[in-house]
Design a protein around this ligand. Structure first.
Ligand code: F0G
Length: 400
């Protein structure tokens, strides 16, 4: 694959595509996958199924695709929700519709295909839940061994159930996500595990297809894309996708990328607010949106690049605002998402209030994971079922 290589995002050192490496051996920064693209011809993919591999011209070439038909998620025009915010053009890209219920599947189809291509036997990740569920499923499909390290007691029940059911070796680490990721990195060096966290640049290649789908579904790029940010892989991936299509002349304008973090786990939003190019990590991140309970986002440098390059922004939201947004979305649009995903909706109010988006702009919020992943939250925060005797008179009384 002489048309593809890895390149350091900071010092631009190049590495052959098949080097198993996650950070630059010269300066320590993350890597990007780079391509010498052929002249793009949109007709070559327009007839293909609406899914990640529709965009294979922009993805690594692999002999065998490990796929569960990921991508091709709905983009809902949300007029009832838009009205609540006093805006006109709001869409939700619902990534909870992916095979394991989150956007991670887009990354894993490419990442696990690469793992096979490179001859890896065991894949591994640290995870706040969704990455482990997704990797476990794709590893099963590929016939690879899978090790996942999760912060003990801090992942949503549904996600844990998935990782166990798909047959991964699940290690509950006594520590937070950042410590688990550190452990995966150290173990991978010792044991030769192939890491599929978002520091793996191939995983982000799959995730950039969110941008391509949104552009095709709308017929043009939106003005802004708002999404929750944890380890900051997704915002970086979407930025890469958009940048590549812009450079190839397939789109003219680029949407502004706006990342939302939970107040107790917001190193990137804090850096943005101080207009800094460096991030101060948080030792003990806290939020009930466990998916984004991350204090040391590995992709911080790519994420700041995404935000500053697109004239985007970053904002924080409280847990209370996240829970309110989760309910509002479910009850106005019939879309049930997990708390982390609701951060993008919660952030919308603050972004509008701060004047960072005009009310007539076309806004896409990305909801990243399905609500059923975390059944405990609604059971705790919503109305309890009303206990009744099987008697129509009682029903009448109750419903009055
Ligand atoms: N939303 C959900 C539902 C997530 O699971 C994650 C990350 C994010 C948003 C943030 O995405 O890390 O690319 O900025 N979950 C990871 C995991 C960390 O392990 O499942 P990001």
């Amino acid at each position: 694959m002489e048309n593809m290589w890895l390149e350091c995002i900071r010092c631009h050192k190049k590495f052959p595509w098949n080097t198993v490496i996650y950070t630059c051996d010269q300066c320590g920064a993350l890597l990007d996958v780079k391509y010498r693209f052929e002249e793009p011809n949109p007709e070559s993919w327009r007839g293909k199924p609406f899914s990640v591999w529709r965009y294979e011209n922009f993805l690594p070439k692999v002999r065998e695709k490990v796929s569960l038909n990921e991508g091709g998620t709905s983009l809902y025009k949300c007029d009832r929700l838009a009205e609540k915010f006093g805006i006109k053009n709001l869409w939700i890209k619902n990534e909870g519709e992916n095979p394991t219920g989150s956007f991670k599947d887009r990354g894993m189809t490419v990442g696990v295909s690469l793992a096979k291509e490179l001859g890896s036997r065991t894949v591994a990740c640290a995870s706040t839940g969704n990455t482990s569920a997704s990797l476990a499923a794709y590893a099963a499909k590929a016939g690879l061994k899978c090790v996942v390290m999760i912060p003990s007691g801090k992942i949503a029940l549904g996600k844990l159930a998935q990782a166990i059911m798909y047959g991964a070796i699940v290690l509950a680490v006594e520590g937070n996500f950042d410590q688990a990721l550190n452990l995966v990195e150290q173990s991978s060096k010792r044991l030769g595990l192939y890491i599929l966290n978002s520091l793996n640049p191939y995983r982000l290649e799959g995730q950039k297809t969110i941008a391509y789908e949104v552009i095709e579904q709308l017929g043009e790029p939106p003005d802004a894309i708002i999404l929750p940010v944890g380890n900051a892989g997704n915002i970086s991936a979407i930025h890469k996708g958009i940048t590549e299509w812009k450079q190839l002349g397939l789109i003219e304008q680029t949407p502004r990328l706006i990342g939302i973090q939970a107040e107790g786990a917001a190193p990137i939003a804090h850096a943005y607010k101080k207009k800094k190019r460096e991030v101060t990590f948080i030792e003990n991140p806290e939020t009930l949106a466990t998916a984004i309970r991350i204090g040391k986002p590995v992709n911080w440098e790519k994420a700041l690049r995404a935000i500053y390059d697109t004239n985007g922004a970053a904002e924080t939201v409280t847990d209370e605002q996240i829970l309110q947004a989760q309910k509002l979305l479910a009850r106005t649009e019939g879309i049930f998402v997990e708390p982390a995903s609701a951060a993008s909706i919660a952030g919308l109010t603050k972004i509008l209030d701060a004047g960072l988006i005009d009310k007539d702009e076309r806004i896409v919020c990305i909801t990243t994971g399905h609500g059923l992943k975390d059944p405990d939250t609604p059971i705790r925060t919503c109305e309890k079922p009303i206990q009744v005797k099987p008697d129509p008179e009682i029903i009448e009384k109750v419903l009055q």
